[in-house]
Write a protein that binds this ligand. Structure first.
Ligand code: SF4
Length: 401
């Protein structure tokens, strides 16, 4: 058991309804638990509550044991003068502030329904990637799908942030930023950073100047790999030969030697299908004449999908943001909904739990959910986790307080 569950109970006002009293016997009325503060300082800021006859707006500090106020040396820190209530699980020591006054103390333990703690223990004691797996039968599919939609949007925001960084490093050159994202897509998971760095070292102007001359582009790329061999480590761990980095780099060189569409041409297409059509002629380039296995597309449907999801759609979203065109941002989200679901290890995990995605927004949501919440066990911050913890409380209980 830890303070995280106390934070969850406090912020969602899940204490049993009734007349709550401070350690010194004053009644408490809680209007707002305040904003959860994830930075330094008290745990909740801007809480609004009445203690006895007085209304307060201030901070709330939460500890498992009342003595932790002193173990954390809050009595020596003026920041904690704003604490109006010290919420503890147990212990009765008063909390003395730096200015010598005392914050009221509320002991939460008698007011918490044991079922919340049981459900929390059950979640936290599960092994594996997905702690709620044994309980997934109790969660309505629509809850999981709503969670995946939110996760898909959060992942789009992460990809957009990376695209903005490209733009910044490229001094606003959108074509250069797209070229870097394209190279990254060819790196698969293992070599994406290395491919990105190679692309940063070759400008789109150089690429365009060499258009139609594969050998020139290929030698520039090889030169970069050799020059930067100390910091670019293209790895071939556990890969099929077709995915070896030198092979992917060669495919990239073939593709860009053929010529890349202009960024505005790409962004003005009406759908991912139209983007695919733009690249169609490139995917059928004669691979064998460039020392590539003839069975390989230079731009396989999987790599193209990665490029569209990780670079092109974020670029469209970013474009909408920069030009105050919310309809372009909506279009970016619609593109994710139009793209078919991805297939990978993570989507297989969700499928084994009978959670299926019908588009790329939701498969992106799966990746985000597993990486950001399930594996680090942030179940208390997840809508499904919150539901599992509170499902047995009656609605009146959950809302009162
Ligand atoms: S974070 Fe949410 S979806 Fe993931 S395991 Fe925990 S409760 Fe389940």
């Amino acid at each position: 058991m830890n303070e995280a569950i106390m934070h969850f109970i406090w912020s969602n006002r899940l204490m049993r309804p009734g007349e709550w009293y401070t350690q010194s016997g004053d009644r408490i009325w809680l209007e707002s638990p305040g904003q959860h503060n994830h930075d330094a300082g008290p745990d909740f800021l801007g809480a609004r509550l009445r203690i006895g006859k007085l209304w307060w707006t201030g901070a709330v500090e939460i500890h498992w044991h009342a003595m932790e106020w002193y173990r954390h040396r809050h009595q020596l820190d003026p920041t904690y003068n704003q604490v109006v209530l010290h919420v503890v699980w147990e212990g009765s020591q008063p909390a003395t502030r730096f200015d010598g006054s005392e914050a009221d103390t509320f002991v939460m333990k008698p007011w918490v329904d044991g079922s919340i703690l049981d459900h929390y223990r059950q979640l936290m004691s599960e092994g594996g990637n997905f702690p709620c797996a044994p309980q997934q039968g109790q969660v309505d599919r629509s809850r999981y799908l709503a969670m995946l939609d939110r996760g898909g949007l959060a992942r789009l925001e992460l990809h957009t942030r990376r695209f903005r960084e490209y733009l910044q490093r490229c001094e606003g050159d959108w074509n250069q930023a797209i070229w870097i994202g394209l190279a990254r897509s060819f790196g698969l998971k293992v070599n994406s950073d290395a491919m990105e760095q190679i692309a940063f070292s070759i400008s789109i102007a150089e690429i365009r100047a060499c258009q139609g001359h594969f050998n020139l582009i290929w030698s520039k790329m090889k030169e970069q790999v050799e020059i930067d061999s100390t910091w670019i480590r293209l790895r071939r761990l556990r890969m099929r030969p077709a995915s070896f980095p030198e092979h992917k780099l060669r495919q990239l060189a073939v593709l860009v030697a053929h010529g890349l569409p202009d960024v505005y041409e790409l962004l003005s297409t009406s759908s991912p299908a139209e983007v695919r059509a733009l690249f169609k002629s490139m995917s059928s380039i004669d691979a064998a004449s460039h020392n590539l296995p003839s069975s390989d597309d230079c731009f396989s449907p999987t790599t193209l999908q990665v490029f569209i999801i990780n670079t092109l759609i974020p670029a469209l979203f970013c474009y909408g943001e920069e030009h105050h065109l919310p309809q372009e941002q909506d279009r970016a989200v619609q593109w994710l909904e139009q793209l078919g679901p991805e297939k990978n290890r993570i989507t297989n995990i969700f499928a084994s739990l009978n959670v299926h995605a019908n588009n790329a927004l939701r498969t992106q949501g799966m990746i985000h959910q597993l990486d950001a919440y399930c594996q680090p066990r942030r179940c208390l911050e997840c809508a499904v986790g919150a539901y599992l913890l509170t499902r047995t409380l009656n609605k009146r209980y959950a809302k009162t307080a």
